[in-house]
Ligand binder design. Sequence first.
Ligand code: WT7
Length: 654
Amino acid sequence: MSSQIDHLFSETRRFAPSSDFASAAVGSAELYERADADREAFWAEQARDLHWHTPFTKVLDWSNPPFATWFEDGELNVAYNCLDRHVEAGHGDRVALLWEGEPGDQRRVTYAELTDEVKRLANVLSDLGVSAGDRVAIYMPMIPEAVAAMLAVARIGAIHSVIFGGFSADSLRSRIDDAGAKLVITSDGGYRKGRVSPLKPAVDQALGDRGHGPQETVEHVLVVKRTENEVSWTDGRDVWWHDVVPAASADHEAQPFPAENPLFILYTSGTTGKPKGILHTSGGYLTQAAFTNKVVHDLHPETDVFWCTADIGWITGHSYVTYGPLANGVTQVLYEGTPDSPHPGRWWEIVEKYGVTILYTAPTAIRSFMKLGRAIPEKFDLSSLRLLGSVGEPINPEAWVWYRHVIGGDRTPIVDTWWQTETGAIMVSALPGVTETKPGSAQVPLPGIGVDVVDDSGQEVGNGGGGLLVLTKPWPSMLRGIWGDPERFKETYWDKFEQQGYYFAGDGARLDEDGDVWFLGRVDDVMNVSGHRLSTTEIESALVGNEAVAEAAVVGASDETTGQAVVAFVIIKQSFLDQHSPEGLADTLRKWVGEQIGPIARPRDVYIVGELPKTRSGKIMRRLLRDVAEGREVGDTTTLADTAVMSVISAQVK
Ligand code: WT7
């Protein structure tokens, strides 16, 4: 780590905004001044860009920390803000979604058409017995219906829980159960890597195994037909989208809901085995998602074509595919498939074809394009691009510079945006046209956001120092809690710096001499693989759930393409070895984890070892395993109960 950090701090390249970009930019230095002068008035002003059925008179209530309310006495309808108001303002013919399926099929959906679809679907949801406060699980590919589903749930004041289509039936089941979902919206499947990736069978499996007992909360499954694959059908429970949505009335008046009405739950990995249901509410969330999208991505809705490549199963897809762009009334690209299907230039072909002006993606994608070489993007006309964004993990300066040079033609500013599922929207980023950018640094808190780097006791480290990143002030799109677990909410984020009242983000960071923030990765047992959060403990418990495994330890090892990769060390049960050959077992276990959690959690390497390094109190020293996984000399072993164990493990891994 330390050589990596030294390397980062020798980075001296700087990119000042061009005067052309600066003169037309949405953001300005004045935003910081206004926010500094009166933070709450600043956020109230941003919130007033939305349509409020009942205007708010209160801004922030922080009298009962860590439970905040924002704009509490105001009422709004989130879907109305993303749809109807643009149509009413005369922009109904503007394209909302430029959708491209992986096989190459296309649909253009205007704001008027999307509004119509969402109204019909809202009526269908009500007919299916869903009302305000009910939970709806969404397990879908990247098709326009997925965006419509989120908005229709929001429109009737219900709460969505989107589950990434790459998650397994088991993961789906635990999320459906934790939220007590009444309805599941899914599709027969979607296209990925040139094949149909089925979804409905996982829903059947998640719901089927336990029958319709008293525990069962799901009453219906609404199914979009996207592919030609066969699906099994449960009469009375399952409903085809095409049977009910087109036939439903397109009259649906959006009702106002309180600003603090829950909007969605989104599960993310924490340091324990059980994913946390992060809860977001309406007014504050939409305010910050829309504002950040506008100023960080410099949106000009009349002319821009925005493309955020994230799946709606992640927070980036919630805030910068569904809510931010639609609240701003911009035209955006929605792409169903993978970057390399059917050919490795697929993304650049889409940029050229639709004239994408703003591209927002993850460092892992940039690094894999870098590996394939510049000849591929160079075959396409990328001159429409005028701004590039990065999100999900630290972007190394080499990837940053390649992104600007090869994709951005040395013209485009790059914004490296730091935030989390919990923060709901971007917190730390340059403002394009305002900030002089530095490759590798996420740079500065946005206007109205309080960020600091502190030591373990909460003292600020000051410029040049390293420590833990904290958020010092409540913000509009902050999580309001963990679904069903207020204690865990306090414990995870607020107990560590209770005295100071700071939010603990779980990230290590450094401030450089200018006070710019450099993120250094997680400080807890959370890994970041391709910009996705995974818990070491969750993967360990999946591994010990296999009949062959006695013990398991998982670490995130640095990986050239994915940032980190999952590496597992497992001890096999003697009783299993008495009956079976260990041949092929590592592969079986890799697959097993993929089935239990989802393909993203599948370990890159599984090492079968005889022992794990433990302290005298029995705690596994993952630091030493990480040394082995990254092929480094093993560090200090003096606190191990058995100091010889590491040389045995190193030998077994070779
Ligand atoms: C964790 C949050 C935010 C949407 C995608 C991930 C890491 C995120 C950056 C960045 C350095 C970053 C942090 C954070 N992270 N963006 N620009 N630079 N690190 O959301 O799954 O909730 O993960 O991703 O470690 O804590 P998430």
